[in-house]
Design a protein around this ligand. Structure first.
Ligand SMILES: Cc1ncc(COP(=O)(O)O)c(C=O)c1O
Length: 390
């Protein structure tokens, strides 16, 4: 169609699963939704709404990087996780999605590319294309537990590559970056002049202790430009408040230039509203309560899943170390979508692996956020339907 940019020409047809789900909802049939990842809809603790009603809420004193007390609160949050950073190296935005857009503007000419992990979060294809940037995938091999293999990253690179994206821990694979992987990535990025964009939105949600884990690249001495991204969406379970942050690190000269340029990008939009910035210290003080409740929920649901799995099942719950989801490897036949449709017929909604670009097998992705009674009720039909697969 003429008159519109190719960047916005995404296919808008519904896949068979979305159609079947819509039909089920229209018919008013019951649904055990194991795709629910909205933290505001699953009965987890929320902060006091009064937090947003601070006396200065209607004032306006624009500060492109974000109001200093808000950035100090983010720095204190990172320090409580062992990352000591200067508030001067933080930039606030309305979300990590927006931060990605700013970073692609900062780093890429139209037609340049960035390397994105697969399987992973499906929004990267949209975030890159909307900025005129290409997303080239590097595989996270299952043999590495879907961890990073720097050889795969190096092989995906070409002359127009500007940055490597890592999701730490992976969504939905739940694998953290490890020291050896970061070291190898650092060498590659420094040699090739690539920036590292580290998406750490799930980093606070580790299920257990693990040696050598890298919870964040913020505050680390690394030889390349690094950007660590996170925000209230996941850290405090408040996606509707629209506040994300990016920590800029790396060699001093590069970091200062990046900050100066990002300040200009941020000044062009000034998207972060005043009430949320003023409330940020209180919202981050609430985060531990939310995170404790979420972790208890996620671990309990995963325990129920493992308990429901018959010892002789032909499907597995893949090992993972954190995050909000879990991945099942299921028999190849009848296929991911057919399995999801069969489960939907039984009133259970899960996602097929292809939504996340899994290859080399058949996979299902389940959210671990639903209320335990919903998650438990889904176990019997899940086990029954999967017993007929293969
Ligand atoms: C890995 C990952 N990064 C970023 C985001 C988006 O976060 P935000 O709401 O801050 O844009 C999500 C949302 O699900 C995500 O899974």
């Amino acid at each position: 169609m003429s008159g519109f940019s190719a960047r916005t020409g995404f296919p808008r047809t519904w896949n068979p699963l979305a159609r079947a789900l819509d039909e089920r909802r229209q018919r008013g049939l019951p649904l055990l939704d194991l795709t629910e990842t909205n933290p505001t809809r699953v009965g987890l603790p929320a902060p006091e709404p009064a937090l947003l009603a601070s006396p200065g809420a209607f004032g306006y004193a624009p500060e492109p990087q974000g109001l200093l007390p808000a950035r100090e609160a983010v720095a204190a949050h990172l320090a409580s996780r062992g990352a000591h950073v200067s508030p001067g190296h933080l930039v606030l935005s309305a979300s990590t999605s927006e931060s990605y857009g700013w970073l692609f503007k900062l780093l890429c000419e139209p037609g340049d590319n960035v390397l994105v992990p697969a399987p992973s979060y499906p929004l990267f294809e949209y975030l890159t294309r909307l900025e005129g940037v290409e997303a080239r995938t590097y595989r996270l091999p299952r043999a590495h537990g879907f961890g990073l293999d720097v050889e795969e990253v190096a092989a995906a690179r070409d002359a127009r590559t500007r940055a490597v994206l890592v999701v730490n821990p992976g969504n939905p694979t739940g694998h953290y970056l490890h020291e050896g992987e970061l070291e190898a990535l650092g060498r590659l990025c420094a040699e090739a002049g690539l920036a590292l964009l580290s998406d750490e939105v799930f980093s606070d949600f580790a299920w257990d202790e693990e040696p050598g884990r890298v919870p964040t690249v913020a505050g680390r001495e690394l030889p390349m430009l690094t950007f660590s991204l996170s925000g209230l969406s996941k850290v405090a379970g408040l996606p509707g408040l629209k506040l994300g942050w990016t920590h800029v690190g790396g060699p001093d000269v590069l970091r200062e230039e990046a900050l100066a340029r990002l300040e200009l990008v941020a000044d062009t939009y000034l998207p972060v509203n005043t009430p949320v910035q003023l409330a940020l210290p209180g919202l981050l003080a609430h985060a531990p309560r939310f995170q404790r409740a979420l972790l208890a929920r996620v671990k309990e649901n995963r325990r129920r899943l493992l308990q429901a799995r018959p010892a002789d099942a032909r499907w597995d719950v893949l090992p993972a170390q954190g995050g909000w989801s879990t991945v099942l490897r299921v028999p190849l036949a009848p296929g991911e979508e057919a399995t999801c449709l069969a489960l939907l017929d039984e009133g259970v909604c899960v996602q097929p692996g292809y939504f996340y670009d899994f290859t080399g097998g058949a996979f299902l992705v389940l959210s671990l956020l639903p209320a335990p009674e919903i998650f438990s009720a889904a176990m019997e039909p899940l086990v029954r339907v999967l017993a007929t697969s293969g």
